[in-house]
Ligand binder design. Structure first.
Ligand SMILES: *Cc1c(COP(=O)(O)O)cnc(C)c1O
Length: 382
């Protein structure tokens, strides 16, 4: 098999070997139900609580403020719908942005059908939320602001601390989707000033199908799932013990390696951007040059179709993305790039490269050389 070079770490990440090894007993011999009172049940329960502590440590939360969920999307749904249902007598207005992940946008669309009013805040050309517009859109019925910490397509990091000041002034709850940020930049929930924060295992080298929601103690939100008493009655269902243990391990590793992780990704990402800006004419870096996730590069190539580019990269064993959710088949432009005001001629030639620690310098050089060759070829055949 040809060597696969993986540059799509924003889509998902490879499970870390140590994470995998930590999980294995809970898929084999340690199969006890954490709600059972005998030893293998109690052991499972203990390991869940140990993992909860590690997740909490990564974001500087208290252990009892972490709730395990089925994925990042579920965390977003739980936060937004949970706050909406609990506070529907106080108000029916929610503020979010135009560049959120579909898990947030479609939760809001669902609530709109139930009579909630949603304001979708604009962003500037770098993808940064318009704070003035956000402040102006607050009214007496505003119950929640949900703004992502970092964008999954263009990597832009939002000024959540400033948004928190605006929210706190008015007594409005603040949720942030930190699924992309978590494990990639240091996160401190008390410094950010958020009441809820979503994260997902498979974006930080834990398995798919496990997520967590931070809920600041004292914050009331409706439960997500009816059933047994798991997760303090907030999310019924027998716990996904192996994946929870894996998420805990991944958070511990991310916490330990944060400084080197950020440094390494920034180094190869900056090298990549510098080289392709030097070698390929008519390109544009999307997102904020400074305030962006360390591993993210989103670049538009003029007169190039992103879909065609992806296929040609794939034939060279390179995994990348156009960045938009509907990159497979559909030619709908990315809602994020459109929100930054990018015109058609640039949105259709967008490519998202998201680096990981497995990428070596030699892989990045291969990527750069391949891009130079393919972009020239596509442009010539136009
Ligand atoms: C991946 C992602 C999600 C969804 O997480 P899943 O675990 O795949 O459901 C939500 N928000 C952002 C920003 C993401 O990148």
């Amino acid at each position: 098999m040809e060597k696969i070079r993986y540059f799509d770490n924003a889509a998902t990440t490879k499970i870390n070997d140590e994470v995998f090894r930590t999980m294995l007993p809970y898929l084999t011999i340690q199969y006890g139900n954490p709600s059972s009172i005998y030893s293998i049940g109690r052991e499972a329960k203990r390991e869940i609580e140990n993992a909860r502590k590690k997740v909490a440590q990564l974001i500087n939360a208290r252990t009892n403020e972490i709730y395990f969920t089925g994925c990042g999307s579920e965390s977003d749904n739980m936060a937004i719908k949970g706050v909406a249902y609990t506070n529907k007598d106080k108000g029916n207005h929610i503020i979010t942005s135009k560049i959120e992940h579909p898990a947030v946008l479609n939760s809001c669309k669902f609530l709109e059908k139930q009579g909630f009013k949603i304001s979708y805040i604009n962003v500037d050309e770098n993808g940064v939320i318009n704070l003035q517009e956000l402040a102006n859109s607050i009214n007496e019925s505003t119950i929640l602001i949900s703004i992502m910490l970092a964008n999954n397509e263009i990597g832009t990091i939002q000024p959540i601390e400033k948004i928190s000041k605006i929210a706190k002034d008015k007594g409005i709850l603040l949720h942030t989707d930190a699924v992309q940020a978590c494990g990639n930049i240091p996160i401190d929930v008390s410094k950010l000033g958020v009441d809820m924060l979503s994260l997902s295992g498979h974006k930080l080298h834990a398995p798919k199908g496990i997520g967590a929601l931070y809920i600041k103690s004292g914050t009331e939100i409706e439960k997500f799932m009816d059933g047994g008493h798991q997760e303090k009655d907030k999310r019924a269902g027998t716990e996904n013990v192996a994946s929870i243990v894996g998420l805990g391990k991944a958070c511990e590793i991310a916490n330990k390696n944060m400084t080197e992780h950020v440094k390494y990704l920034e180094e190869i990402r900056n090298y990549f951007i510098q080289k392709i800006e030097e070698r390929i004419p008519q390109i544009k870096l999307n997102g904020d040059r400074e305030n962006r996730l360390p591993g993210n590069a989103n670049v538009s190539f003029k007169d190039v179709d992103g879909g065609e580019l992806l296929l040609k990269l794939d034939s060279k064993g390179i995994c990348a993305s156009t960045g938009s959710a509907c990159s497979s088949g559909s030619s709908a432009p990315s809602h994020v790039l459109v929100a930054t005001g990018l015109s058609d001629e640039w949105t259709k030639g967008a490519l998202r490269i998201t680096f990981g620690e497995d990428n070596e310098k030699e892989d990045v050089d291969y990527l750069i050389d391949s891009l130079v060759e393919i972009v020239e070829q596509i442009r010539k055949n136009k």
